[in-house]
Design a protein around this ligand. Structure first.
Ligand SMILES: NC(=O)c1ccc[n+]([C@@H]2O[C@H](COP(=O)([O-])OP(=O)(O)OC[C@H]3O[C@@H](n4cnc5c(N)ncnc54)[C@H](O)[C@@H]3O)[C@@H](O)[C@H]2O)c1
Length: 331
């Protein structure tokens, strides 16, 4: 898949790119935590701020966005600009892709996680009582603008959450990225590394846009990660949950695919370096985990398709019974 994203190091370059792309934005929606950037002044347009987080990534928030689109009289030819982290992008992209059967939208991801992952590949969605991202569409944005300077205001915690998705990209598709992150002393990443991470996702997505097969590889660490997020009622962040999910899925990889212990050791060292935990004690018991597992989009009656590695950059989709999964889960 050719990379048609626009990349910029500075905010100034981003604004130039946004102004040059002939995307007359009929409405700009911005994450309310980014008010201090003063995008209305920078873009010389009205901006709608939306306050949203993982615990409110739900239908109520989608409805708020739909209502805003109606209130601003957006029509089938309108174009929406969405500026924010993965949660805001997922909800607003879903709202845009369903409003009047779909209007076009552009994305400016503002977290590392959204830059390397959530903004790309055309998936959007929101959570409901049955789990994470259970409702959504596959709809490609018109353009994606990745600006490195936006990361300067990101908290250390949110930065590290993004690093987890990047290290996941490395584990499934690039020993270069994996080694760069795991062996490097500096935890911040360059625009070039971000581009390389995005390329791994785009290469996979280009072969399987609607996730019938190969795209499932991107879910490495997420089968168990999502269970943790749900069990903790989203108190454990997506990044922290996936970090632990990756560890458990590496253990399963060792057992079922013969993954060398050295990979697990180096991953644990990396988690230690960024001060992230590798274990989680489920609080709601086996039945609740079972229920959540059944709602995993990759589950059948009592088994699930899960991504396991036989080495770095050697992912496989394996079917495991729920019981086999429970061997590594602490409940
Ligand atoms: N659609 C996909 O393909 C896909 C892929 C991966 C993850 N996701 C989704 O992404 C979500 C997680 O995204 P996230 O980690 O970006 O979380 P997030 O959107 O909640 O952002 C994290 C925090 O950072 C703040 N923030 C955003 N940009 C900032 C900036 N530049 N400076 C300061 N603060 C900033 C936000 O307001 C929020 O408080 C999850 O819901 C996950 O399901 C989607």
């Amino acid at each position: 898949m050719t990379d048609s994203n626009k990349y910029s190091e500075t905010l100034e370059e981003l604004l130039n790119d946004l102004n040059q792309t002939n995307n007359n934005h009929d409405l700009v929606i911005v994450d309310s935590n980014l008010e201090f950037y003063n995008f209305e002044k920078l873009l010389n347009t009205d901006v709608l701020y939306i306050d949203i987080s993982e615990s409110t990534k739900n239908l109520v928030s989608v409805e708020r966005v739909w209502n805003a689109l109606f209130e601003h009289n957006l029509n089938r030819l309108s174009n929406l600009l969405i500026i924010g982290g993965g949660v805001l992008l997922d909800v607003c992209a879903f709202a845009a892709s369903t409003y009047k059967r779909g209007i076009s939208f552009c994305l400016v991801p503002t977290t590392l996680l959204a830059m390397v992952d959530a903004a790309h590949g055309g998936k959007n969605g929101f959570n409901n009582d049955y789990g994470k991202n259970q409702i959504g569409t596959f709809t490609e944005p018109k353009s994606i603008f990745v600006c490195h300077e936006l990361l300067d205001s990101l908290s250390e915690k949110d930065y590290k959450d993004g690093l987890i998705e990047l290290i996941k990209h490395g584990l499934i598709g690039s020993s270069e990225i994996y080694e760069q992150l795991s062996l490097g002393s500096e935890y911040k990443v360059s625009l070039d590394t971000i581009k390389k991470g995005i390329k791994i996702k785009l290469d996979i997505v280009s072969e399987d846009f609607t996730e019938l097969n190969k795209r499932k590889l991107l879910n490495f660490g997420h089968t168990i990660g999502h269970l943790i997020e749900k069990d903790s009622e989203f108190k454990v962040s997506h990044g922290e949950a996936v970090a632990i999910g990756i560890y458990y899925e590496l253990l399963l990889s060792k057992k079922h695919m013969g993954l060398p212990q050295e990979v697990i050791n180096s991953y644990l060292k990396y988690l230690e370096k960024i001060d992230y935990s590798y274990t989680y004690k489920f609080s709601k018991g086996k039945d609740s985990i079972m229920e959540a597992l059944k709602n995993d989009k990759k589950s059948l009656i009592d088994n699930v398709d899960i991504v396991l590695l036989s080495g770095i950059s050697m992912p496989n989709i394996i079917n495991l019974s729920f019981d086999e999964l429970f061997e590594v889960i602490d409940y």
